[in-house]
Design a protein around this ligand. Sequence first.
Ligand code: PLP
Length: 393
Amino acid sequence: MTDLLTHAPITEIEDAHTSGAYFKRPITLARGQGCTVWDEAGSAYLDATSGQGVALLGHCHPAVTAAIAEQAETLITCPEIFYNGHRAGLYTLLASILPAELNRYFLGNSGAEANEGALKVATLLTGRSQIVAAKRGFHGRTMGALALTWNPKYREPFENWTSRAVTHVAFNDLDAAEQAITEETAAVVVEVVQGEGGVYVADPDYLQGLRRLCDERGVLLIIDEIQTGLGRTGRWFAFEHAGIVPDVVTLGKGLAGGVPMGAVCWRGSLGTLPQGTHGSTFGGNPLACAAALATLSTLCSEHLPARAAESGAWLLEALRGIDHPQIREVRGIGLILGLELRGRVTPVLKNLQDRGILALPAGFNVLRLLPPLIITQAEMERIVTAVRESLDE
Ligand SMILES: *Cc1c(COP(=O)(O)O)cnc(C)c1O
């Protein structure tokens, strides 16, 4: 078995069996440390994707690695029908970083699952079932989360399965949201920065307006912080930039330092879920909870939200300083940054990769940078130089 894994042509085996659902890049990653990942041949790449927004602390942070190793030897599985100290610890830490009102949590295993949970919370705790979501929004690919996701390419093949309970309205347009809300609306769902959608930042006025509107109409405000949460934008949560407190917040991606985990967080004043209305075999397992505890503790002790604010401000200005006709706009907040190009992003991503930098697309013409929050000044300078060169080709 070990032989098979180490000597077989990995890409051929994967290509023969993969679902086909992914746009795959011809790189076989073998290990990671900090902001660097290495392929099988030992070539290093600066990972400005954080493995799709996950590695907030970089790859294999020693605090997270040690917590996982220790917990793996102690107890891996413990469903939520039993109590566990690491879960209690995680609840306590979440309660200390979130606004005090947001003190009820459901733990799952991914971002999409967190949004599924948020839909249950909204439906069960309001008694209503219609949702208003934003155009260009991305909320995951399981059927409920997919119904919230805007891109018709993802959603339309499954229209008979996904809910028709969702109305999509223009982002950053308060009037559109106001008109879409009815007596049946349970919640409005938005991202503060639309990551997959193209790195579009919500105006603070818009979020404050949504907060007022939701209060007036008795509708829940759900903020999807799966990509923006836990320091990415320079605050613990991106909604803090607008000075609002949502009713429900969803988390995922970096929450457990790379161990799969998602969370729905909501106002305790709304109530709890009736017994039996939701559940998950793996949800809140001690391995993920231990990894999340280590991740959040490290984000705190290393002041990484503040560092992301500083680094992000520098990187944004440096990217804006690139004077190139191919760049239409550079936008973002903290360490979620997008360069909107006049042409397709794919060739630029390829050029960056040839220079040892991994980056992401967001739509067909936006280059998205989502580096670990621990990125150094020297690493950011490398990114800026490589972006400039990659546009020139
Ligand atoms: C990645 C993402 C999701 C989906 O998370 P998965 O873990 O891939 O299911 C949902 N919402 C946002 C904003 C995301 O960035």
